[in-house]
Design a protein around this ligand. Structure first.
Ligand code: HEC
Ligand code: HEC
Length: 457
């Protein structure tokens, strides 16, 4: 036998032996962590709940180039649902990103302008929580939701308008023209259209049982879901699907691992290569998908080739971590995924007269001229809120945080402001008849004595 043949034979034998031994080794046992340990582990390894408070949401999705304001969000929301940005006025962002159905269209590939399918047979990802991702699109080619929003408006198979045409449409619509002028210094521009839509997308975060579990509620998720979460964390899924959005943080190879059985595979993916898309630079690299609401966003993978979530989990376990999950393990992971379903966080709370908003975060809100008489704002956070001209008569603001708030021209008659620190607050021309200021700290730092009912004024 020649030297070369010996080397080849030796190599082949080595490979067979190597994989043979691997196959014979008992699978690594996993030790399921108790609730407390599981939670602490998750939180210290990059997973995080979506916050509930407005201030925390703003922080989590902050983009210095596009600060979120209520007016901008409202404008972006209108644009998101308005077919005005498509050539034939039939398609809006919401046509392919249906918020009530997981933020996608439930189709294998997206269908846009004049029934045109995505030429690369790409599946619509969810817009829910997309603002939390580090890159956007399957190949990560856009850096944030603002940049992303320019894509579909122009794509001939989506909305099919040039930036000039889009600007023209918005500029000639008096209502839009007025809003853009009020919100942006430079009025209607394509960049500002993208910014308004982006600002709205930054409020599309969802919260569900998984978040409540991470925040300390042991009963928020089932025992099966906890087993699934253990697997997800300990088997390495969370290495890629991480962050507050459970994905979206990096671009990764897929498939990553191959076993002996795949040695002669010529297909690039473990499912039909419909559309022929090969990811970033054609290197089979993909922006890791966001797994929040995954149970609602079938079909799966970049070309929507897999309908069944269990099959998607099986493929991931085999090709990304190299250990195929058993059917029981797959069910547990699916139970965990169910806990990633969530409802939109109420970013734009709408406080109303007579309602109970005690303890809520209304910081920075624009509440000018609102009728809020009799509202319960006990312990609520109203820091930096604008309450110019608001009717707060009879409202309960006991212990509310009001630092930086503007109460100019508001009606505070018969409202209770006991224990409220008013040192850093605008109270010009407010109606104060019958106001209760027990233990409140007045603007000069004096505490209003018990029973003084306005004696500090
Ligand atoms: C015809 C269907 C269709 C329309 C209309 C559409 N999209 Fe999409 N959207 C898709 C598809 C398909 C992708 C993935 C494309 C890719 O990766 O190349 C996508 C990707 C996205 C993403 C990236 C999500 C992620 O996690 O990577 C966001 C965000 C998004 N769209 C928002 C929007 C907005 C905003 C609009 C309106 C301006 C819009 N879409 C209009 C189908 C559509
Ligand atoms: C090395 C990184 C990596 C690891 C580890 C990983 N994934 Fe993925 N996952 C990806 C990428 C990349 C995709 C997108 C592949 C595609 O669409 O072609 C994906 C897609 C998915 C999808 C489909 C998402 C969708 O919206 O279509 C699911 C479900 C999923 N992974 C679950 C898991 C589970 C469960 C594990 C652990 C067994 C896991 N992943 C481990 C990178 C990873």
């Amino acid at each position: 036998m020649g030297r070369i043949s010996k080397i080849i034979l030796g190599t082949v034998l080595f490979i067979i032996l190597f994989y043979g031994i691997l196959a014979l080794l008992p699978p690594k046992k996993i030790t399921y962590m108790d609730d407390h340990t599981l939670r602490a582990y998750a939180l210290s390894h990059g997973l995080a709940p979506v916050p509930e408070s407005r201030a925390a949401i703003l922080k989590a999705t902050y983009n210095p180039d596009n600060p979120v304001t209520d007016a901008k969000v409202a404008l972006g929301q209108k644009l998101f649902f308005d077919p005005i940005l498509s050539r034939d006025n039939t398609i809006s962002c919401a046509s392919c990103h249906i918020l009530e159905e997981g933020g996608d269209d439930n189709l294998p590939t997206a269908i846009g302008y004049h029934g045109r399918a995505n030429p690369r047979h790409l599946n619509s990802p969810t817009v829910l929580n997309a603002a939390l991702a580090k890159r956007e699109f399957w190949d990560g080619r856009a850096k944030d939701v603002e940049e992303q929003a320019g894509g579909p408006i122009q794509a001939p198979f989506e909305m099919n308008l040039t930036p000039k045409e889009a600007e023209e449409r918005i500029r000639t619509n008096p209502e839009y023209a007025r809003s853009f002028k009020a919100i942006f210094e430079d009025g209607v521009t394509f960049a500002n259209i993208r910014k308004a839509i982006g600002a709205y997308e930054r409020t599309l975060l969802t919260r569900g049982p998984y978040d409540r579990f991470l925040e300390g509620d042991d009963n928020a998720i089932s025992i099966a879901a906890k087993r699934g979460m253990n697997l997800f964390i300990q088997k390495g899924c969370k290495g890629c699907h991480t962050g507050m959005s459970v994905g979206g943080q990096s671009i990764q190879q897929f498939p990553l691992r191959r076993s002996v059985g795949d040695l002669f595979r010529t297909e690039p993916f473990p499912f039909p290569n419909t559309g022929g898309f090969l990811g970033k630079d054609g290197m089979k690299k993909f922006r890791v998908p966001i797994l929040r609401n995954i149970t609602k966003t079938a079909p799966y993978f970049h070309n929507g080739a897999v309908q069944d979530l269990k099959e998607a989990i099986r493929i991931m376990s085999r090709y990304q971590i190299g250990v195929e999950f058993t059917p029981e393990q797959i069910s547990d992971v699916e139970a965990f995924f169910k806990t990633l379903e969530g409802d939109l966080v109420p970013f734009r709370l709408q406080p109303k007269a007579g309602e109970d908003f005690h303890g809520r975060d209304l910081s920075g809100m624009d509440l000018r001229f609102r009728d809020l008489h009799g509202i319960n704002l006990k312990g609520a956070d109203l820091s930096d809120a604008d309450l110019f001209g608001a009717n707060l008569s009879g409202a309960n603001l006991t212990g509310a945080k009001v630092s930086g708030a503007n109460f100019t021209s508001a009606d505070l008659s018969y409202a209770s402001l006991s224990y409220v620190d008013l040192r850093n607050v605008d109270l010009i021309e407010v109606k104060l008849e019958g106001i209760n200021l027990e233990h409140a700290i007045w603007r000069d730092g004096r505490e209003c004595a018990k029973g003084s009912f306005g004696k500090c004024l």
